[in-house]
Ligand binder design. Sequence first.
Ligand code: HEC
Length: 322
Amino acid sequence: MRHSLHLLALLPVSLFLQTLHAAPVKFETEVLPFLEKKCVECHRAPYEKDGKTIKPKAGLRMDGAWAIKTGSENGAIFIAGKSGESPMFERVTLPEDDDDFMPPVGKADPLTPAEVDLLKRWIDEGADFGEWEGNLEGKPEEAAPAGKVATVSPTQQVYERLSKGLTAPEEKAWESITTSGGRVLRLSQTSPLLSVDFRLSAPETGDEAILSAKVVAPNIAHLDLSKTKATDAALILLADTPNLVRLDLSNTAIGDEGLKLLKGLKELRYLNLHGTAVTDAGLEHLRELTSLDSVYLWQSKVTEKGAEKLRTALPDARINSK
Ligand code: HEC
């Protein structure tokens, strides 16, 4: 009784504060989506295309928090708290006919005024990436404490372990994926592990196109099916991907039946179910995936109770439900 009275007394104050300060901008849900759509294409980890290595433009990668913080070959691209002194903000607010305008005219849509405003607020509020890390490939080692030998990061150790016994396929091997609208990238120049995504053709990509990825299935470490027309049937592919570390199913029609097919993914660390039809019942199929360290459930049909149950089953994982 006493407790509820206390809460009631606080209510008007918190409502008042909320109207004074809009909630802080969340990087992963509010900023990252438009950066991915309009910037990452040119500012991402090196990859191979037609036998050539394509490097990120200006040495700037925007596919990982550490990389955005590192900046370009010319230095930092933002100063936390100071959008006005941040090249990343300046570049998107120049007149469009300025040579420095980003994204380059005709190559990607310019940011909308709402996106510009989110970017500005995010920088001015301190440029906090929250829990988002993004692509850790290529991240320099943390400096080892004095007297200790630098070690390989845990993520790199995982990739090294998974690479053992795998041969790196030739680019020819995945032609069928490319003709189906997919994109295949090596995790690094010498790695046999691959990243497969359908970002460029996502809205038209159905199960059949996705299943084309079967030809290199054992080598797939990252699979991004976000925003495709994938149904649960597409996930049969996962029977052949024992080395899958990251799986993005966000904004698809994937539901509980599909999650049954994740059972064999013993190496899975990252699972994005944001905006899917998954319910609490589907989460039951994830309970044994003890390698998981992040699961995203925003805007799915999962209840807070269901998320809590998964937290209990996977205490080491971050289960992001709101
Ligand atoms: C079509 C490819 C392409 C896209 C898309 C693109 N960029 Fe660039 N970006 C470039 C190229 C090329 C350069 C180097 C030439 C230059 O400095 O203008 C560059 C340079 C930059 C630089 C300057 C780095 C430095 O210090 O020299 C920033 C900051 C930047 N881009 C931010 C962005 C942002 C933010 C987006 C998305 C809104 C974006 N870019 C989208 C191609 C692209």
